[in-house]
Each structure stands twice: as C-alpha cells, then as structure tokens.
Ligand binder design. Structure first.
Ligand code: FDP
Length: 352
C-alpha cells in the first residue's frame, strides 16, 4: 500500500503544471514535484533522478551502436581483443547500477534477468522497479528506434529486501511509469500517478532533458493501425475481421486506416500515443498469451495510455486489473485511442 508521503509525492496537486513549463529540465520538474510536500522524504525524487541519469548513460551507448561492427559486441571481441557485451546487457547493467546507488530501490524485475535482482535489504528501501532495459533489441543492428521501459511500485510491506510476491500486483498499483525512446532524438516520457503524461527531449549538446511535450493527450480516435500482419493466418476470427474492417473503404469512418509497424514496442506505442489509432499484439495460435510481457511492457504502457486518456486492454479485459502470477508472464496487448480500442474489443467479443 502507498503511504501518505507516496500519495503526496505523486498526487496531481504536486506534479500537475499550473502554467506551461515547457523548456524546464527533467531535474527541475522532478524537484518541483517534491518541494513543499510535508511528508516527502526525497526517496521517490531521487529514484526518478537516477532513471533520468540512466537515460543519458544508455543514450550515449546506443548512439555508438552503429560502430558495433567495428568495435565488436554481441559477446565477441573488439579490435583491441577485448570481450564486448551486448547492448541490451549493457543497458541492463547501467540501469541496475544507477538504481542501486542511492539505496531506495529494494529490487528490480528485468526482462534481461531470469530472477529478481535484490538491490537493497534495508527495510527503508521502499521501491520496486520493473523494466525492459532495451526493448526492440532485434532492431539494434538495423539502426531503428529502440527504448527502455520502466515502472515503479511501492513495496507493500516495510520488510528487508523483496521477493516475487512483492511484484505480483496489478498495474493500477504503479506509482509511476515511463519509457525512453532512442529515436531521431532521445525522449523520456513519464507519468506519476495523477500528474498527466509529459515528454522530455534530450539535448546532447547540453546533456539535459527539456520538457517538450507537456500533458500529452491521445486523440479520441486515430487513423493508423499497428500490428504484425505476418501473423494474420494465426489470429482468431475476431482479430481477422477487425483487420479486414480497418482496411475497408469508408469515408464516413475515416477508413481505410494507414498501417505502420516498426517492430519496436517503444516506437510503435510512442507514435500511437502522439497520433492516436491502435497498436495490437494479440494472442494467436503460436503465442497463446501474446508475445509481450505483462510486468514490464504491458503494465507501464497501460498506465501511460490511461493517464493520457487512452485505453489498454487484452481485447477482453483491462490490462491494469490483471494480477500477475509470474515474473515474465506474457499477455495480449491492445493500446490506443479509446474509440479504436473499443472497436477492436467489439470485434473480439463478436459484437461486430
Ligand atoms: P523484440 O523482439 O525486437 O525485442 O518485446 C519484444 C518486441 O521486440 C517488441 O518491442 C515489439 O513490439 C515486438 O517484440 C515485435 O515482435 P514481432 O517481431 O513478433 O512483430
């Protein structure tokens, strides 16, 4: 359960901008969220700042990834004969180091790690982090956008360390969620419960993130669908009929929709958040529970999309209401404009 100080440090009152603050730095934004809050200890603020630092560190590594063949990575040796790590492992270690440094994070569930990583056994370490440190990793080699996804939970009990049961909580209990997109610019998009969704763009010449997209709201409906259509032979009947529907010609309902699919969740979800429409990775005959992971992919995105006025579902139920049973559990994921996700759900339940 969140305490009064958590609630204060994440309340809409604390972080909702009253006037435009476009141009302020991420650090100033985070700090302003804490100032004047009687119960705030600074722990949550410090954790967010460590994530901001991680974003800068991973950016610098991702930006050099094009040199990978020259320098050598993927477990091979570089020209100096040194063993070089894969970029997703590097991102994971970078994040774990940053989160472990200040002692506020008790444990991390990461896509890169089979088991939990305990970072602190001090009962005062009150937070848990879920993360996919480098999502879309099959796109690294072809220089296409990739990203880091994260969510922050408050530890339910004041106990030393944490175990898997501490992570088996529905996504609506998240205190904060966000992602870092390593695209044509690096962008960090974050929401703390009740504060709206805000995007910060990195200026590498200054080494700072600046608020560039204040209070992001997803359009009520869009004109783009995003799905791996190569899987269509394995989809259920409902998904196939929905897919045929988005491609039909009908001016009145803005169809056909345009298709865009990068194959990096961070990139496809970011476009969907800004432009509206729908992203779907449904269950199919091969991937009975879908492909994406509940804890560190679906939940953070569902939290962000709902905070921006969007909808996130499995096709039949709200993502944020699912109580996980496993660390690396998969789930069908449908994200997008409320109107578009509702139509998808209608097809899935046979109402259309
Ligand atoms: P990747 O396999 O490259 O790591 O989470 C996995 C993910 O990428 C998502 O980023 C992406 O949305 C999805 O898988 C793409 O899967 P398909 O290649 O099956 O379309």
């Amino acid at each position: 359960m969140a305490t009064a100080s958590d609630a204060q440090s994440t309340s809409s009152h604390s972080l909702q901008p009253s006037i435009s603050r476009v141009g302020i730095t991420l650090e100033a934004y985070i700090l302003e969220g804490m100032i004047g809050l009687p119960g705030a200890t600074g722990a949550f603020t410090s954790l967010l700042n460590q994530i901001g630092l991680t974003a800068k560190l991973i950016t610098s590594k991702v930006r050099r990834a094009g040199l990978a063949n020259i320098l050598g990575y993927t477990g091979e040796t570089n020209v100096q004969g040194e063993q070089v790590q894969k970029l997703d492992e590097v991102a994971n270690e970078t994040l774990l180091n940053a989160l472990g440094r200040r002692g506020h994070c008790a444990a991390v569930a990461s896509e890169e790690l089979e088991e939990l990583r305990i970072l602190s056994t001090d009962p005062r370490a009150r937070y848990l982090v879920v993360t996919d440190p480098l999502d879309g990793s099959s796109n690294i080699d072809v220089n296409i956008s990739i990203g880091t996804i994260f969510g922050i939970l408050r530890k339910a009990e004041d106990k030393a360390g944490a175990d898997i049961s501490d992570f088996m909580r529905p996504g609506h209990e998240l205190l904060a969620a966000g992602y870092i997109l390593y695209g044509s610019s690096t962008m960090l998009v974050i929401t703390t419960a009740g504060s709206g969704v805000h995007g910060f763009t990195y200026d590498p010449t200054v080494g700072e993130f600046f608020l560039s997209h204040e209070n992001i709201r997803i359009p009520e409906r869009g004109a783009i669908y995003s799905i791996n259509e190569g899987n269509s032979a394995r989809w259920t009947e409902g998904v196939r009929r929905w897919n045929a529907w988005v491609k039909e010609e009908d001016k009145a309902t803005g169809r056909p929709y345009a298709c865009r699919y990068v194959g990096s969740l961070v990139a496809d979800a970011h476009r969907t958040l800004l432009k509206g429409g729908i992203f779907a990775y449904p269950a199919d005959q091969k991937s009975k529970n879908g492909k994406l992971r509940l804890l560190y992919e679906a939940n953070p995105y569902a939290f962000i999309f709902e905070a921006a006025g969007g909808r996130a579902s499995t096709g039949t139920e709200r993502i944020l209401d699912i109580t996980p049973t496993e660390l690396h559990q998969r789930v069908p994921l449908v994200l997008g404009s409320p109107h578009d996700v509702e139509i998808f759900e209608e097809f899935v339940r046979g109402a259309r």
